[in-house]
Write a protein of this length. Structure first.
Length: 197
């Protein structure tokens, strides 16, 4: 979802230097002799001038020929939550216990969740305690060959279920973790696939 370029010439307010430019939505990061992190207001009027990516305050980064426009497009069109979660139109998506109204409404703009016990391409499973993770075992056989489970759980110090507990429980049931994604301001999502072979 992000972008990365090395050998970028950066002209920052602190000075000029060569470095690496990264687009890790929502942040544009430059790492060189001078460093900078830009987001929000700083990226509002980002534009391309030839091979330069130019920010609102005049900061500019010289990219490989033909790359500036692609970077502007990526910055102006950051991936949505559904993009980050890998939800594509036409997928077989099942919801098990996730009650986040905003997410469910967003999901329905791309795909209609269904009830299915086979060929499930994406499963969103809410987990508030270890007992909820026992349902992973039931779902393992329902997943399509390339199917995945997103375990949605509360995040932060006060969360009743810790990341390590989720990982340990899922691995113990034959799953492999592949990705972590911010799900909402209060919840995270951990992606798992069934271990093959």
């Amino acid at each position: 979802m992000g972008k990365e370029a090395s050998g970028v010439w950066g002209q920052l307010s602190e000075g000029d230097s060569e470095g690496k430019l990264l687009w890790e939505p929502p942040k544009l990061i430059f790492r060189g002799a001078y460093r900078g992190i830009y987001q929000g207001h700083a990226l509002k009027q980002v534009r391309a001038e030839g091979d330069d990516l130019v920010l609102r305050d005049g900061t500019r980064f010289t990219l490989e020929p033909g790359q500036a426009e692609a970077w502007v497009h990526a910055i102006q069109n950051p991936p949505t939550r559904l993009d980050k979660l890998g939800v594509k139109a036409g997928m077989t998506v099942v919801i098990d216990g996730v009650e986040d109204e905003a997410f469910l409404a967003e999901l329905e703009t791309r795909v209609e969740p269904v009830e299915a016990d086979e060929g499930v391409e994406l499963l969103f499973l809410a987990a508030e305690d270890l007992a909820d993770l026992d349902r992973l075992e039931d779902w393992a056989g329902a997943l399509a060959d390339q199917g995945a489970v997103w375990v949605v759980a509360e995040k932060g110090k006060g969360a009743p279920l810790k990341d390590a507990e989720i990982l340990e429980a899922a691995r113990g049931l034959g799953f492999v973790d592949t990705k972590v994604c911010a799900f909402s301001t209060t919840h995270m999502a951990l992606r798992f696939v069934v271990r093959r072979g």
